[in-house]
Design a protein around this ligand. Structure first.
Ligand code: SF4
Ligand code: SF4
Length: 437
């Protein structure tokens, strides 16, 4: 039986470290090259539609969605395609990438003009043409998310403005700098999907963002700002749905099963910008932070910019020992600063050897803190035991498939055990050996 997600003790009081919250976004100079990976989303990789020597402009389609669950990819620079290369992800997977040398002119592609949208089908087409994916980190193609089996059953749009990961303030800046396009995106989704209400979830440690949304929607009673506790992981989709609507997504189910669609605030705002200008998704705001960064900042980078170029712009004050895209709880450690910015990246965390040093792992003391903190009501210490025994039946009974890899159990563990990593292995074991999910 699942615990009620609303239990006050669930989750963890992580240090917020939001020192960049008041730093306005700065654009970084053009890099020498951009590397557009064809896999910047969940689903099938995009397929390159340009070749070496081709000229592209800002907004030119360079990768066409490779299936229903996939997304188009566009150039954020004008310049020349220098090759189609292979990029290795940290997972070991090799992915095709279109490499472009900018010409510095930033000329616009002729296709960049506001889309004409008249109905739901036209709206979904526009979302596809924008190349939009979940920008909070998930990378799920937005056109697919906005095409549930029964769109008439959706009664609530939930906007994820929690930004509960330490350090990250990119979504906060979207609320503050782009409140008008946040509102335009929300109104468009509500209009074309005929969703009667919208709930905007924002952690209480972002009072300015809440104020901005209260002001923007003060005469629209069907849009409500929902203050959330400043407690990790309020932004996890199932937690957010429970906190804002009181509904619990069933095991193996989707938010649409409880009448909800969840969109990240930057995603919905990017949609608002696209409907206004026709410029597809080609840039991304990232919070650059960590003890090795000389000048932490919120930067707007062209998607495909090598991480090194961003770090050069912000400077270093210690030798980088660990580079993470995203936040410290759920981000992805990168092998190299040559790796490019992907659509779904919202942070670049650069740590020194001292900060990146992991404490020694101690034996489990059976304190149960991982159980008390798990937002999904799981029992990590018991699941770890079942995993070590190879007991797939027990893993199924303890519903390890519900683990969302939030890392809270590892964070609270006084023995510094890699609990979340064990959960990921246990979940994979259940999946591979024929259990549920
Ligand atoms: S990583 Fe999984 S098991 Fe650990 S707290 Fe998060 S949901 Fe629970
Ligand atoms: S929090 Fe750590 S030490 Fe405590 S029960 Fe869980 S795994 Fe064991």
């Amino acid at each position: 039986m699942l615990k009620k997600l609303s239990r006050a003790a669930l989750g963890a009081a992580v240090p917020h470290e939001k020192g960049t919250a008041h730093m306005a976004t700065v654009q970084i100079p053009l890099p020498d090259k951009i590397v557009l990976c064809m896999q910047q989303h969940i689903g099938a990789p995009a397929v390159p539609v340009v070749k070496k020597g081709d000229h592209v402009d800002v907004g030119t389609l360079v990768g066409k969605a490779g299936g229903f669950v996939s997304a188009d990819i566009h150039s954020g620079v004008s310049g020349t395609v220098t090759g189609i290369e292979t990029v290795r992800y940290v997972t070991g997977r090799n992915v095709q990438a279109v490499v472009i040398q900018p010409d510095g002119q930033q000329t616009l592609d002729a296709s960049v003009k506001p889309p004409v949208v008249e109905d739901y089908a036209g709206f979904i087409k526009a979302v596809q043409n924008c190349g939009l994916v979940g920008l909070g980190g998930a990378g799920f193609p937005t056109a697919v998310k906005l095409s549930p089996k029964d769109v008439s059953a959706i009664d609530t749009l939930v906007i994820n403005g929690a930004e509960c990961e330490p350090y990250l303030t990119a979504d906060n800046r979207e609320f503050l700098e782009c409140a008008d396009t946040v509102a335009e995106g929300i109104r468009a989704v509500m209009k074309y999907l005929e969703i009667p209400r919208c709930l905007i979830g924002i952690e209480r440690n972002k009072p300015e963002a809440m104020d901005r949304m209260f002001t923007v929607f003060q005469s629209e009673p069907n849009v409500t700002v929902v203050p959330l506790p400043s407690r990790y992981p309020q932004g996890a989709e199932k937690v957010l749905i429970e906190k804002t609507t009181g509904r619990e997504v069933p095991r193996g189910g989707l938010p649409s099963d409880v009448g909800v669609i969840v969109m990240n605030v930057t995603t919905v705002s990017t949609l608002g910008k696209y409907l206004r200008t026709g410029m597809p998704l080609v840039t991304k705001r990232l919070t650059v932070e960590g003890d090795a960064v000389a000048k932490p900042a919120n930067v707007e980078a062209i998607i495909g910019t090598p991480l090194r170029h961003i770090l050069d712009f912000c400077g270093t004050k210690a030798e980088p020992a660990k580079v993470v895209t995203g936040g410290p709880m759920m981000g992805t450690a990168q092998l190299s600063l040559d790796f490019p910015v992907l659509k779904q990246n919202n942070g670049l965390l650069v740590l020194s050897e001292k900060a990146a040093h992991l404490p020694a792992v101690q034996p489990c003391i059976r304190c149960g803190r991982c159980i008390s903190a798990c937002p999904m009501g799981l029992s990590p210490v018991e699941i770890a035991g079942a995993y070590n025994r190879g007991d797939v039946e027990a893993l199924d009974a303890m519903m390890v498939d519900l683990c969302m890899a939030c890392g809270t159990c590892s964070f609270v563990c006084p023995a510094k055990r890699p609990v979340a990593q064990t959960m990921a292995l246990a979940k994979d074991t259940l999946k591979r050996k024929g259990g549920k999910k």
